[in-house]
Structures are given as structure tokens and as C-alpha cells.
Design a protein around this ligand. Sequence first.
Ligand code: HEM
Length: 440
Amino acid sequence: MSKMIATHALRTSTRGIHEHLEKSPFALAALDGSLGEQSYVGYIRVMAVLHAALERCLNRSAHPAVNKVWDPELQRLPDLLEDNDHYRRRLVPDMPRTMAAAAQAASHMLLVSNDAPLGLLGCLYVLAGSSRGAVILEPRIGATLGVAPGRGLSYLSRHAGEGPAAWERAAARLDALAASPEEIGVMIGSALATFQHLQDAFASLWPWDESASRYTAAGLNPESGEHPVPQAQGDMEAVLQATDRILADHPYFISRYGARGRRFTDADGAWLATLPEQGLEFMSGQVAWLGTVLAARGMPRVLLGRHLLILAEKLPRIRPGLDESFGTRRTGMLRHVGNDLLRMMNRLFPSPMLRLHAAEMAQGLGGLDDKACVEAVDLLAGAVADEQGGAPEGAAPLLAWLADADRFSKSWVEAVHQRLDLLRRAARESLLLENQMAAS
Ligand code: HEM
């Protein structure tokens, strides 16, 4: 059996479809310098959706052959997300057919990962092997669109720079597996499917058809999966402003979740902004569900409540194409559901009480950063309010970060636990008092 059999077989079997891709209107426009910005952003998003799915599967795979070939140096998702973030404020829409094809490629990878994990190596062949084309594309796209590494061209510059050598190393590991013809057949099947989905995705990227373009969730966050988002530019701008505000009000989001937190907040905010169209009852149910998901990841429900109130403030009540009475009702519904999530916190912990807790905590820590204590007390009180509201996750997901001994000092961790106990006690006393007053 020839030593190079896997990559040789993959190259030979996919040559035809690669040639087709190279001659597609999208690729020709990229090469001749006529490609528009939207199409390039679409390309970045397609690759981000594919890399997000593939890297997740590869990082989690327990298959020995997959583990032998995969190396994190082949990861490209961080660069792709950075490029997409560069265009965040520009609110570039997508082609629905393009994003549907990307989502199909991602589903294919998830299926393969379960049913025939060796197929992941076929997908990897397509994405990592494309570094050879990146060498040609990168300077042309850079010159056409005036993008540069760190300013929209991070993926292609890394892929063209370190990519070919990293791929050569991976190709050598792939060939060293000495896979059987059946196993190579599985890889080829997956490589062909991946190429086919890419061909479908690129087919609607160029020429760009403005009338078919739409905002998508994946455009805001390629890791988020598909869900409805507003289609009016004014609404989308309000969604981004609401994200910026909630993140500025709560540095915890960025400290804990980084840029990923901002992308999820953008996509969640866009989805929340569409919910009033479905009526209050439906909206309340969906928000309750999201509240549970977020609380389990360390975000007490008050944060979601505040996000809804900011959306209510930012989303326009009047704009072209929006029925004015609906605009007003939308604001009212967002406020109503947002306030619902704040009710328990407000009931248990009046603001002066929280200020006192924060001051005590700061004093106990020797006058340490007041702001950090104010935020910690706010988050802890939110978690206690969730507990009192019957939430199953308790304060554990919040403590996993806020009281992480590897991240914070011993005295901080102790102060957080102590404050949580005090806030729990205060909550119990406050509810007891309420009950006594109700009974008398
Ligand atoms: C304008 C578009 C493209 C150009 C000009 C281009 C160019 C090239 C070139 C010159 C090679 C090297 C061929 C060889 O060594 O025999 C290559 C290989 C390859 N390209 Fe492309 N390519 C393009 C698009 C793509 C795309 C979009 C993908 C997939 C995402 C892709 C995947 C691959 C793969 C898998 C290989 C084979 C790597 C190997 O067998 O070692 N290419 N490409």
C-alpha cells in the first residue's frame, strides 16, 4: 500500500469538484479583484460556521486516528470570528441560500462525528488543504478590499502564512495512518460532501443579489445556530446598541465570556427583539426558557431582565415599515417581561441594602476595588433571587467563576462565599417578614 495513499486518493477524488469551485463566479471574482465586501463577509461566515462545527467535533473526538491527525495548530475559528467582528457595525446581510448550505455542511459534520468519525478527516482535508488556495487569494482580497491582518483579513493571512506548512504536517500524519481502502472511502465521501456544500454556499455569494439578502443569526454569531432576527436595519442597530450598553453596565460579561459573550448577546438580543411579534404569552415562555439556559451558564436572570429593558429603550417605536401602535406595544411587552425577571430581586434586595453589602465587602477586603464588590454583590443577589424563585441551578454556575480559587485571591473567594451566605439569610428574613405581615 502506497505511503501517500490517503491524501493522494483524496486529491484525485476531489479534483473535479475543486476545479469547478476554482472556476465558480465567486472564485473568479475573488481572483480578478471584482469581489464585493458583502460577498467576502459571506465567505468568512461560511468558513466560520464550518470551522465552528468541525473544530468542535475534532476537539471532542475520542477516535484514535482522528486524534493522531488533528492538531490545534489547524484551528482557524478564532481568526474567522475576529474577521467577522471587524464588520459587526456594518451590519452586512447574508444570502439565505448560502447560510443554509453552510448549516447543512455543519450538520453533516455532526452526523459524521457520531456515525463514522473517520469522515471528519475528509472534512479536515478540505478545510486545511484550502490553505494552498489561500496563498493565492490572500493578497488579491487584501488589495481589492483594503483589509489587513487584524482588520478583516486575519483568517486568510494566517491560512496563507502558517497554513500550508501546518497542512503538510497534518497530511503526513494522515498518510502515516496507513488507512484501509474502506476507511479512505469514508474520508472521500465526507470530503466530497463538504466540497458540495461549499459549492452550493458560494453559488449565491456572487453576483450579490441585494433583493435576496437578509440578516441572519449566524451573521451576528457564526456559533449561534439559526433563529429569527429582525430584518429592519434600525432594529438591528438598536440590538447592537443594547449589547454595548448591557456589556458596559456589567463588565462581568466580558471578563468571564470575552468576545464570545458579546457575540451571543448580539444574537440573543436580536432574537428577543423578534419575540413581541408572537404575542406576550409566547414571548414570556421563550424568555423563561432563555433565562434558564443563561442562568445555568452563570448569568442570573436579572441580567436578562435588564437586557430586555435596554432593548425596550433602544428599539425604535416609530420607523418606516413599522406600525406605530405595534412599535408601542413592542416596547410595552419588552418592559413587561423584563420587569418580571427583576421582580424577585427588587422584592428581596432594595438598592440601599445592596449598597451596604457591597461597602461591607469592600471594607472586609481592605478597601479593595469598590466597583468589583458592587458588581459581585449584584450578581450574587441575582443568583439568590433565582434560588428563591425556584430555579434549579442555584448559585453554583456563578460561583464556578466568581469564586474560582485559580483565578482570584483566597480572601476574595472567602468574601464571595461569606457574602452569599449573608444574602441568602437576608432573603429568608425578608420573605419571613413578608409572610408575617400578610398573616397579621
Ligand atoms: C479561488 C479559489 C481557489 C484557488 C485559486 C485554489 C487554488 C488551489 C491550488 C493552487 C491548490 C494546490 C493544488 C496542488 O497542489 O495540486 C489547491 C489545493 C486545494 N484546495 Fe484550493 N483553491 C481555491 C479554492 C478552494 C476552496 C474554497 C477550498 C475549500 C474550502 C479549496 C480546497 C483545496 C484543497 C482541499 C486542496 C488540496 C490540498 C492537498 O491535496 O494537499 N480550495 N487549491
